[in-house]
Write a protein that binds this ligand. Structure first.
Ligand code: TRP
Length: 383
């Protein structure tokens, strides 16, 4: 596919050039100096720099330096991320959450996790509030299964926590004109009113913890790059209502099984077969990868042995860069596949094994999560 890529919070398609996005969005590339600062903190906890940082999967940021400066002065930030409950969780959703869990471990900080059920209700014609409620529950199980510390993690659901959020959202909304929303999100006159207002709700958790306890902690938002327009707008507004601009750190998308050329991010909307869900069983995962994962291999075994495969466009290899933590292992896959020593089918088996052993543990933790869900949901304190 040729033509321009689209990256908005509600639509991602085309062949994404991340360097170009950095310029278009006005985010900064994470440089070596920032990486070694983060690494220094990781080492103190006996951890290596996260593989998603080492490999540039988390590749850009806003004001990360400020967040680290404050932290080193003793003013701990809190983390904020979220998931709009439009369906079951897939592997692409887990990418920023796994990284966020690592940040929670390294910096020993709180995480505020938003479930904007209002967002998906407003943006997806086919979804009722009952549907979004069901998926909020399902998605919460996955977030818990990632391993966040229940003592330091607070879930907020927009419709359920409206009582503490709405006042703050109003303050944000008052500072954003329709023309700003139009240019940030590409809205047209056909957009419903709720959808136009929504970005105000997504801004709130970036300062709500400070409202609730009167503190002045900075906020760091890990998220996939498509969410940046929200924070680009709210970063201008939040200081006007008395809080610091949130910092943010952005990741690339896990490609869909069909390949990076045809769909930039793995989306459940592009069909169940382009996606591996966290609730898929081992047989389903095997079938999906074998049948749908785009291959960078050659047409015949002979040709593959002779010319080698292309890991840069091979979805199985690309997925391994997200989920295989061992650099040596990954390097070997790259060279064996490029040389033709490793066949496409063999590479797929390696990925299937990786995903299925991860999912076996995840699904077990997901079951256990059902019993502890209440520990994570923020309980509104009566005034
Ligand atoms: N809008 C996000 C989505 O579509 C959900 C979300 C809410 C979010 N707050 C966030 C994502 C903060 C990242 C960071 O899933």
């Amino acid at each position: 596919m040729t033509g321009k890529a689209t990256v908005t919070p509600w639509e991602v398609k085309g062949n994404i050039d991340y360097d170009k996005l950095i310029k278009e969005f006005g985010v900064s590339k994470i440089d070596d100096e920032l990486l070694s600062r983060i690494e220094k903190h990781a080492k103190k906890k006996g951890l290596e720099l996260h593989h998603m940082l080492r490999r540039g999967i988390f590749f850009a940021h806003r004001d990360l330096k400020f967040i680290l400066d404050e932290y080193e002065k003793g003013n701990k930030f809190f983390l904020y991320t979220g998931r709009a409950p439009s369906g079951h969780t897939h592997m692409g959703h887990l990418v920023p959450w796994m990284f966020t869990k690592w940040l929670q471990d390294v910096f020993d900080v709180e995480l505020w996790f938003q479930f904007p059920d209002d967002e998906k209700f407003l943006f997806k014609k086919e979804l009722s509030l009952d549907d979004t409620k069901k998926f909020t529950y399902e998605n919460m199980l996955d977030v818990i299964a990632v391993g966040f510390d229940p003592k330091k993690t607070h879930f907020i659901v927009d419709t359920e926590h409206a009582g503490i959020m709405y006042k703050e959202a109003l303050k944000v909304a008052k500072c954003i004109t329709f023309s700003t929303a139009k240019s940030a999100f590409g809205f047209t006159n056909e957009q419903n009113l709720g959808a136009i207002f929504y970005t105000a709700m997504q801004a709130v958790p970036a300062f709500l913890p400070n409202v609730l306890d009167g503190s002045r902690r900075p906020c760091l938002i890990p998220h996939a790059i498509d969410q940046d327009p929200h924070f680009r707008v709210s970063r201008d507004v939040i200081p006007k209502i008395g809080y610091d601009k949130p910092g943010s750190i952005q990741c690339r998308f896990l490609p869909g099984l069909g390949g990076m050329i045809s769909d930039g991010k793995m989306s459940s909307s592009s069909g169940d077969n382009a996606t591996v869900f966290t609730i898929d069983d081992a047989k389903t995962v095997k079938k999906k990868i074998n049948k749908y994962a785009f291959s960078g291999g050659q047409a015949t075994i002979e040709e593959h042995r002779e010319k080698g495969g292309n890991p840069d466009i091979d979805v199985s290899y690309q997925w391994m860069t997200f989920f295989e933590e061992d650099d040596e292992q990954l390097k070997k896959l790259y060279s064996d596949y490029s040389s033709g020593k490793l066949l496409s089918g063999e590479l797929k088996s390696i990925l299937i094994e990786k995903l299925n052993s991860f999912l076996a543990g995840h699904q077990e933790r997901r079951e256990k999560a059902k019993k502890v869900i209440d520990k994570y949901i923020y309980r509104i304190k009566s005034p």
